[in-house]
Design a protein around this ligand. Structure first.
Ligand SMILES: [Fe+2]
Length: 296
């Protein structure tokens, strides 16, 4: 079976000037393996920012230190914060930035992870000038803070796009990807997360327009094959469910399409809409789908 993840793991991989990714994982969500990725940015002052930190290793820390001192950790949504504490314990003088409302989550409180400041826009004291923040809100207090690295024209998302390659997943799980709607090559947010964001209404749609207007050269995100080229075009396609368009298209992109229901797991389980949606919950129970249940 092919690797679910993108080896080599836990090692710096250059993307552009002052920009790297680190592939890691697999995460386990109810036994389902998922690849995960963090993005590393070297700021204009020479320090490093880790977006959505993945697991800490001394070797990775050593590689990072060659590029500059780690000074910023970013927990960009209610799911991607659980590795932050390990980094805090191993890196001196590091500032942790958190998505709005993250510090109120019960799991976060229990963990006693230190969240120094909330991500509230570029005017926040101490926030790097070259990084634009775009807040994509959802219901239930969900926020995903997207970053735009102006020098490299790179958009950095977390769960707002997932592009999981079926060939890398165990065969039995592949129908679930189709059902969730986060399968490559045209990955999107899983349908449940789309609903969470779409139900927020105008603020979410306006955030999507702001993302589109950035016209990024590339788009990096936490799960699956990121968009190395044609960033702007692929972003627009992957956000078609959120960008203001005809209402019919938006509704059908959230509810599994008829073709999905007649294939894979849905077919084997009778093909009912209710069964399919329940299957989504079982298949993708991690915090990146359910705002109240942070997991990684
Ligand atoms: Fe996630």
């Amino acid at each position: 079976m092919a690797h679910v993840t993108y080896p080599p793991l836990d090692t710096l991989k250059p993307v552009a000037t002052d920009l790297w990714v680190v592939d890691s994982g697999p995460l386990r969500a109810m036994g389902i393996p998922l690849p995960v990725r963090m993005t590393v940015i070297r700021l204009q002052d020479g320090t490093l920012l880790l977006h959505s930190p993945t697991r800490y290793t001394t070797e990775l820390h050593r590689q990072l230190s060659k590029q500059g001192p780690v000074r910023h950790l970013v927990a960009p949504n209610s799911a991607h914060w659980t590795m932050v504490k390990d980094w805090q314990q191993n890196v001196a003088d590091v500032m942790t930035w958190a998505a709005p409302g993250l510090r109120k989550r019960s799991g976060v409180k229990r963990s006693a992870v230190r969240l120094d400041r909330d991500l509230e826009g570029e005017t926040t004291t101490g926030w790097p000038d070259e990084l634009e923040q775009i807040d994509v809100p959802g219901i239930g207090g969900f926020h995903e803070i997207c970053l735009f690295h102006n020098p490299s024209r790179t958009l950095i998302l977390t769960d707002l796009i997932q592009n999981l390659e079926p060939r890398k997943m165990p065969q039995l799980l592949r129908p679930l990807l189709k059902l969730a709607g986060n399968d490559a090559p045209g990955g999107r947010a899983p349908r449940y997360l789309r609903a969470v964001v779409m139900l927020k209404g105008k603020p979410a749609r306006e955030a999507a327009l702001r993302l589109k207007a950035l016209q990024p050269e590339r788009v990096i995100f936490a799960h699956g094959a990121w968009f190395e080229t044609d960033g702007s075009d692929r972003l627009e396609k992957s956000l078609d469910w959120l960008l203001p368009a005809d209402r019919y298209k938006q509704v059908t992109s959230v509810v599994p399409a008829a073709s999905d229901l007649s294939s894979g797991l849905a077919k084997s389980s009778g093909g009912s809409l209710v069964t399919s949606l329940c299957s989504l919950r079982l298949a993708f129970p991690s915090g990146h789908l359910f705002p109240g249940k942070p997991r990684h």
